[in-house]
Write a protein that binds this ligand. Structure first.
Ligand code: NAD
Length: 447
């Protein structure tokens, strides 16, 4: 215990005392990194900045641990606990990093720094469905979570306002989640826990009218999970009285209701108080624009930048790399993939630097530069499994070698996996306290 405490104290001390850094060295190559999400942050964490100058551009001066974003909308964890200011990372690199808080609006694939790494992620897909952007809440960024929390608590307080028609109370208390992928399922699960653990206690008069509906266009939720885990999820939702409307496609979104084509192929209007839109990702305009500037035969995917086995953007002559959700690869657009890609790129930049030095030595020895053989390992991804929280302290896990787990123990596994994946000791302590606080005092229902 004494050793543990000493390590903890030393880690805390170190985290508050960064050392002086080297200044920019104009004789070295410069890498520009776009984004502070899973891919870019993981690259930055492992990148040896002794050999490169680095410019980092992102509208968000922090890394956000997105797997716990649904929990933050109901107050199970606080938003700040899952954010890590990017300067807590950049200040610990050997060389100063130039961080610019801004939105990159245009990429010129020819006039740029020595290397460009595009890790800007994706935006929410709306499939051009009218009214989504105006009336639905997304669940991607910290501000989305804040907006949902405010609107959710607004709905609860408005529903208790005296003298309202029953239909209006029912509308305000109807929480609709569109999209039965992992985001939608985990969100509906968190809402259910909020209802069960807190709304029942603090709003006993209206708790019975609180309703959660998950709308999914295909025959089942969690299409990418194995059949037994899908069935487990659907059963758990049914037990928890969370209604799943499978085979139901949202066609239009209005201020207070959605128009859907239901499973009987009939148009139906569903009123809602809160609408959370989680139907997956699409390319950001910045990425689509870059795709249009590169050779069409090499860049033929609308969902993202096509990269080679070394994550170099095809058609960029090896000077632009893309990672995470803004790239189009054979892997699912997950945090796990992006973070592995970031770590791989950091290693690749170290190897590139070493190879360049070897090459100059090779040429100095009288050899022709084109005879230098440059060998870099391609990116390989080992999938470690998928986890999803399904509510009521239960989770599902689809692990390698066909291992499928579900239930309360899997939930503990889910918790420990998320805890160990959090960015820093500080985040772990904060989330740990939040969980303890929510269990002890209940979730905070102030706005
Ligand atoms: P998704 O693409 O996985 O799921 C979107 C769902 O929305 C689909 O099932 C689709 O059929 C449905 N849909 C689309 N249009 C619709 C409409 N008009 N009406 C009704 N339903 C409609 O999206 P996601 O859940 O945001 O996940 C994105 C990526 O992130 C995936 O690769 C996922 O695996 C990953 N992710 C993983 C986890 C986890 O492992 N726990 C959590 C969140 C996200």
């Amino acid at each position: 215990a004494a050793v543990g405490l000493a390590v903890f104290a030393w880690t805390v001390y170190e985290s508050r005392h960064p050392l002086p850094q080297f200044e920019w060295d104009h004789s070295k190559e410069t890498i520009a990194i776009l984004g502070t999400g899973w891919g870019s942050t993981s690259l930055l964490k492992d990148l040896d900045t002794e050999n490169y100058n680095v410019v980092l551009v992102s509208p968000r001066a922090y890394f956000l641990f997105t797997p716990l974003l649904p929990s933050s909308t109901v107050g199970t964890v606080e938003l700040r606990s899952i954010m890590q200011p990017i300067r807590f990372l950049t200040r610990f690199k050997r060389r100063e990093i130039l961080y610019v808080e801004g939105n990159c609006t245009n990429i010129d694939p020819t006039k740029k720094y020595d290397y460009l790494v595009v890790g800007v992620g994706a935006e929410n897909a709306t499939f051009g469905i009218p009214g989504v952007k105006e009336n639905a809440c997304f669940l991607k960024e910290a501000w989305d979570a804040r907006r949902i929390r405010t609107q959710l608590l607004d709905c609860l307080e408005s529903a208790t306002f005296p003298g309202q028609p029953e239909s209006e109370i029912n509308r305000l208390l109807h929480m609709v989640v569109v999209g039965g992928g992992p985001t939608g399922v985990e969100y509906a699960a968190e809402l259910h826990d909020f209802l069960n653990d807190d709304i029942q206690t603090w709003y006993p008069d209206i708790a019975g009218k609180f309703k959660i509906t998950l709308v999914e266009a295909t025959p089942h939720v969690l299409g990418m999970f194995p059949k037994d885990l899908i069935q487990y999820t659907e059963r758990t939702f049914a037990e928890n009285k969370v209604e799943i409307l499978n085979n139901t496609m949202v066609k239009e979104v209005h201020q207070k209701d959605i128009l859907v084509l239901n499973k009987d192929k009939e148009l139906e209007t569903i009123p809602f108080g809160l609408l959370v839109w989680a139907t997956g990702n699409t390319a950001r305009p910045l990425v689509s624009d870059l795709i249009s500037k590169l050779p069409k035969d090499l860049q033929n995917q609308r969902r993202g930048l096509v990269v080679d086995d070394w994550l170099a953007v095809k058609g960029s002559k090896g000077s632009i790399y893309a990672l995470g959700d803004c790239s189009a690869t054979k892997w699912a657009p997950t945090a796990q993939v992006a973070s592995r890609q970031g770590a791989y790129l950091a290693e690749q930049f170290a190897q590139l630097y070493a190879l360049k030095r070897e090459k100059s030595k090779f040429v100095e020895e009288g050899n022709k530069p084109e005879e230098f053989v440059q060998k870099l390992q391609p990116f390989v991804y080992n999938h470690q499994g998928s986890l999803a929280y399904v509510g009521g302290d239960k989770a599902i896990a689809d692990l390698p070698f066909g291992i499928h787990l579900s239930g309360a123990m899997t939930y503990l596994f889910w918790r420990s996996a998320y805890m160990s994946n959090l960015f820093s000791l500080r985040n772990r302590v904060l989330v740990g306290f939040d969980w303890l606080k929510a269990k002890t005092f209940g979730r905070d229902i102030s706005r």
